[in-house]
Design a protein around this ligand. Sequence first.
Ligand code: NAP
Length: 295
Amino acid sequence: MEFVTLSNGIKMPIIGYGVYQITKECCERCVLDALKAGYRSIDTAQSYFNEEEVGSAIAKSGIPREEIFLTTKVWIEHYGYEGCKASVLESMRKLQTEYIDLMLLHQPFGDYYGAWRALEELYEDGKLRAIGISNFYPDRMIDLASFSRIKPMINQIEVHPYNQQTEAKKWNEKYHLQVEAWAPFGEGREGLFENETLKAIGKKYGKTTAQVMLRWHIQRGIVVIPKSTHSDRMAENFNVFDFVLADEDMNAIAALDRSASVFFSHTDPNMVEWFVKMAEERKQQHDCSKEKKNW
Ligand SMILES: NC(=O)c1ccc[n+]([C@@H]2O[C@H](COP(=O)([O-])OP(=O)(O)OC[C@H]3O[C@@H](n4cnc5c(N)ncnc54)[C@H](OP(=O)(O)O)[C@@H]3O)[C@@H](O)[C@H]2O)c1
């Protein structure tokens, strides 16, 4: 296993297993399979609604807790100091753990300053080993990094061959944030797994396009968290430490950059409104279920 060292000295595996869009029914089995394949870093989030299943898989695996690097993320409706603090404790309960290795603020909207103060305190209390952000474009990252007491250690952003984030990477590095790629395959959108350049490079090394993409990220010093529900693909994605892409291949992949998201832009006002609406709806549902429980 290869590791990166975060700005606070904590070591994090350079490859982890992501559980976005894995249903509650599948999640425990998938995480157990991933651990069996050798992964020791798991990436979940409050908004994936599968923290409990991740927690039970880790407990059932028998692997000592300290050998696993566990990441989760605070969702917008829990932003603000009090809400964030309570939600982190709730995540710990669901994950059956006394501490979380990495806690991220999932989106750059809402009272993320209040939430960040809560993370700073929980970090100082030893409940969080590292704290960071996700989807903060350089402008918001610089703002938070500059006006907070404890600087974020990681920024988890969309990175793959069609959206290489070269500028964002430079800015994050300037502020000592480790870049972590979400959707390291771009979820296969726009034919990424079938890309001819990636296929040709794969042929040269006897590797699949998925393995070439992960290796390319790793050689850029970027942490990856590929997701698959298939155990053979989990093993395939983990098997990327026995070859090195030559400079000419790294350059050929660099030329694939379209510098645009294959999902959406976090600076698109329509998307910001969509996030606001979603957070309000979830808060209402949350408040309703709390009221019901009070009856
Ligand atoms: N912070 C954020 O806002 C954010 C957003 C998105 C994702 N994430 C994190 O990043 C993780 C990864 O991103 P992602 O799940 O969106 O996308 P991804 O890892 O880029 O791609 C997952 C897709 O690729 C397929 N796949 C996986 N390995 C493959 C292989 N070897 N060959 C062919 N197909 C393969 C999977 O299918 P099967 O499952 O059918 O194998 C799935 O459809 C997430 O799980 C989550 O933890 C974070």
